[in-house]
Ligand binder design. Sequence first.
Ligand SMILES: Cc1cc2nc3c(=O)[nH]c(=O)nc-3n(C[C@H](O)[C@H](O)[C@H](O)COP(=O)(O)OP(=O)(O)OC[C@H]3O[C@@H](n4cnc5c(N)ncnc54)[C@H](O)[C@@H]3O)c2cc1C
Length: 596
Amino acid sequence: MRQMSEALQHDIVIVGGGGAGLRAAIAVAQLDPNLSLAVVSKVYPMRSHTVAAEGGAAAVIKDNDSFEAHCYDTISGSDWLADQDAVELFVDEAPRELIQMEHWGCPWNREPDGRVSVRPFGGMTIERTWFASDKTGFHMLHTLFQTLLQYDAVKRYDEWFATKLLIEDGRCQGVVAIEMRTGQIRCIKAKAVILSTGGAGRIFPFTTNGAIKTGDGTALAYKAGVPLKDMEFVQYHPTGLPGTGILITEAARGEGGVLLNKHGERYLKDYDLGEPLEVDDPKHPQKRTMELGPRDRLCQAFMKEHEKGNTIESPFGDVVHLDIRHIGEKKINKLLPFVRELAKNYAGIDPVHEPIPVRPVVHYMMGGIHTDIDTATPMPGLYAVGECACISINGANRLGSNSLTKLLVFGKRAGVAAAKYVRSCGKFDDSSLESQTASEQARIAAIFNRTSGNERIAAVRGDMHHAMESGAGIYRHDATLATTCEKLAMVRKRLGNIQLDDRSNCFNTELTTMLELENMVDIAEAVAHSARQRTESRGSHQRTDFPERDDQKFLKHSMAYRTEDGTPRVEYLDVVITKWPPAKRVYGEKPIESGA
Ligand SMILES: Cc1cc2nc3c(=O)[nH]c(=O)nc-3n(C[C@H](O)[C@H](O)[C@H](O)COP(=O)(O)OP(=O)(O)OC[C@H]3O[C@@H](n4cnc5c(N)ncnc54)[C@H](O)[C@@H]3O)c2cc1C
């Protein structure tokens, strides 16, 4: 590896150039243009996963909607594990942020009378999901990126890969990062660091997540002693394309798409998700019924249908059909053009004429770096926001379209909080930051130069995937989770035996893939151990050996702390309840027992 050169210095370093990172950067630049701000991203910012978001972003805008309703939907969707103070703040700020996006140029779809269009989304009692066709994430990220470009003072480190947090005096004071073009490992000092590194769906083999979603920032915080909250809650999305895992957005169901089993039946009617609604009836109040139920329930229903033998065999595992034919070509082309394009290119069918084969796919991490409502972690100087952070508004199950809005509301909040912290804090001891960087360089050089190992990245990663998929999927049990934990411990041991072939310094993606794998193993262990210790069923975490929700014992966030040998120690933290005491989740008309 290349020798290290002089340290770089900024007031604030943001690691991550997705929606959350860019919104935080704009907030800092607007609040105080004199602050020196850097955005570090392992890919060019427009390639961050936010660009792939399709369906839309939620915020109350319609006259017949209310803040109360958005809060309630989010909290019941979370199976009462969301912190209600965070939800209230989120819901209140959400419309202002989406209007702000409009002013920065985001092309929201509109009604003929000029008002912003909103579409129904899963688990939301009313249409409140703003959208830009079915490429919402692309338009939002573009809007944020072009807005950030106005601020000359912001220094971007595109294609720099952060490998370590620099901690001294009990404070986070920067990061170590590889400049991927040259292979140099650099010390970037800062008074505050904001992590916005996205999710970690890649710890599973079948996911909608881009290849870069390996939980790097989450793992860096974890290694630095910051707890990871609610890691057992992994969201499966009910409609991924078999084989690739490419997402068919919930908007397809929001616009009227239905799910059919092999008998052509809308099987969700059998799963306490209410009665079928007439599609396209504008007078019908939107209820959280059937296909517009929450994602956890829909994925569980798929698994039950599979057990009953009602799913359809495909070369890439069993599927059901998502039928949007009745919506009609004109509306599909206008509102769901990307769905049509994806189905044609990746499933070989035209959804105007044929149903789309779909199956549940890992989509989103509800858990992440523990923060308070201002995005501050317990470590002074370290903030986290976006999918890598757990604030928490998602609890045990996120509602679709809350995430994009969350990036904005809490992204801004992170920028403001970090800027205020930096302006108020004095000088700290930072004498060891360069030697810490040298140690990190030595650690990476040892991996790079290893000549004795007989393991390959792909094989070890494949075993991690298998461990997660087989034991920590939609339904879990103590026995399966115990096996997963054991397999992951073996996977961790094998990391030290992986040998790399690529000796180049220029864009050595084999090296960064190796570092990503190390990060993923940390995250996978946090997920599996937290899941094993939560002996109840709640939201996306379904234990066949503990099928009921247990508020007595588990109306609590799990907090995973990394220990020396890598396995986590799990503690618990009370959930914040403000106005909505725990109750049964109700979809359609009939109350249903949680955990059913
Ligand atoms: C296919 C798909 C569709 C979705 N659709 C919707 C939707 O319609 N509505 C909704 O609300 N949500 C949706 N989501 C979820 C939502 O898009 C994501 O949760 C959100 O975009 C994450 O944004 P982020 O800013 O936290 O991270 P990302 O956009 O993932 O960005 C992470 C950033 O961190 C950087 N980074 C990571 N590791 C490192 C490192 N080691 N060093 C340097 N930089 C690093 C990356 O380069 C990147 O810039 C969807 C998700 C997927 C996968």
